[in-house]
Design a protein around this ligand. Structure first.
Ligand SMILES: Cc1cc2nc3c(=O)[nH]c(=O)nc-3n(C[C@H](O)[C@H](O)[C@H](O)COP(=O)(O)OP(=O)(O)OC[C@H]3O[C@@H](n4cnc5c(N)ncnc54)[C@H](O)[C@@H]3O)c2cc1C
Length: 312
């Protein structure tokens, strides 16, 4: 780190303290914030309990030219090892809500838990069973258009409130979402930094049937996925247009259970990379690259990461 960076950091710390940002940890381990439990240290980790605090943190980072990354449940993200020159921000209390009225509209804060969303909305007859058993926050799930192969959450999203960065300035916008903004495992709005609030619309149906679907999906997930190991969900996207899933191709390359350092391809589901023995991020990414090259060699397909990799 050079002198200018040090000066900026102390200036940054003073600005955060002057702004009354209290939920903050400097030199924080990213491994502790992610389900794959690997990665280095970020400059700071802050919880923005309110919209006002969130905007203050962003503006301080903009002035000090420090990169911000928003983190939800940390269940689909991998940070690099070492010291990462970035500020991690988690949305707090003001963004942790679910509002249901008599209409078919649902309003959700980006910090709301996805599993709570599934279990609360079924009481009002909404069928989000395709999300059952997926960990993380609502914001993170919209960002990756989470779901099963056929369904994604974004199909139900009508409007989002977000913070964009335009010309190095913070802009708040309400955006009507159309099918142009999302696809298989992605949601994309130019210049988006933070998704704060989401409005969805869905039809209601029979609660008993939905509950049965939720139970069966969770049972299936536990059977086929390594739900109790340290991982970040499916590591690779299923290639579009291919008859085989990423997991099937990886398995056919003979990589099931293959390990590199403390990382291995799951025995239960070949599209999951597990941190089974104190893996560092490099172990995981080297293993992912081996998997990619073997799949390319055998199937001539370039697998893309589903997991968001940051700082590499
Ligand atoms: C065991 C297991 C099983 C899983 N099964 C599935 C599955 O069946 N289907 C599926 O789709 N996924 C699955 N996942 C992946 C993951 O749970 C989902 O993608 C989840 O919705 C991610 O939410 P998160 O809050 O943890 O996001 P994070 O991992 O915290 O973040 C993911 C990305 O979104 C960004 N982000 C998060 N919140 C915001 C926000 N508010 N504003 C702007 N950017 C934001 C982050 O910067 C990052 O780039 C699984 C994961 C695990 C560990």
């Amino acid at each position: 780190m050079n002198k200018t960076e040090k000066y900026n950091i102390s200036q940054f710390q003073k600005a955060m303290s002057d702004a009354g940002i209290k939920n903050i940890k400097y030199n924080c381990s990213t491994a502790k914030l992610t389900s794959i439990a690997a990665g280095g240290r970020c400059l700071c980790y802050a919880v923005a309990g309110s919209r006002e605090k969130l905007k203050k943190i962003i503006n301080i980072c903009l002035v000090n030219k420090i990169k911000i990354v928003i983190i939800g449940g940390g269940t689909n993200i991998l940070f690099n090892d070492g010291n990462l020159n970035l500020v991690l921000v988690k949305l707090g209390e003001e963004f942790n809500y679910l509002r249901l009225g008599d209409s078919n509209e649902l309003q959700v804060g980006a910090a709301y838990s996805l599993s709570k969303f599934v279990s609360k909305t079924v009481k009002s007859g909404f069928d989000f069973s395709f999300l059952a058993g997926i960990p993380g926050t609502f914001g993170g799930s919209v960002l990756g258009n989470s779901g099963s192969n056929k369904q994604g959450i974004c199909q139900y999203v009508k409007k989002v409130k977000c913070i964009l960065i335009k010309n190095n300035s913070l802009v708040e916008e309400d955006i009507n979402v159309t099918s142009n903004e999302f696809g298989y495992r992605f949601f994309s709005i130019p210049n988006l930094l933070v998704l704060t609030d989401i409005v969805l619309s869905a039809e209601r149906s029979d609660k008993k049937i939905i509950l049965e679907k939720i139970k069966s999906r969770i049972k299936d997930k536990k059977m086929i996925q390594p739900t109790n190991t340290k991982n970040a969900g499916c590591f690779f996207k299923n290639p579009e247009g291919s008859l085989k899933s990423a997991g099937e191709m990886i398995e056919e390359c003979g990589l099931k259970g293959f390990a590199y350092g403390g990382a291995r391809v799951s025995e239960r589901h070949s599209n999951f990379i597990e941190n089974f023995k104190k893996a560092c991020a490099e172990d995981i990414i080297v293993l992912a690259k081996i998997v990619k090259s073997k799949v390319k060699e055998r199937f001539n397909i370039n697998l893309e990461y589903e997991v968001r990799i940051i700082g590499f």
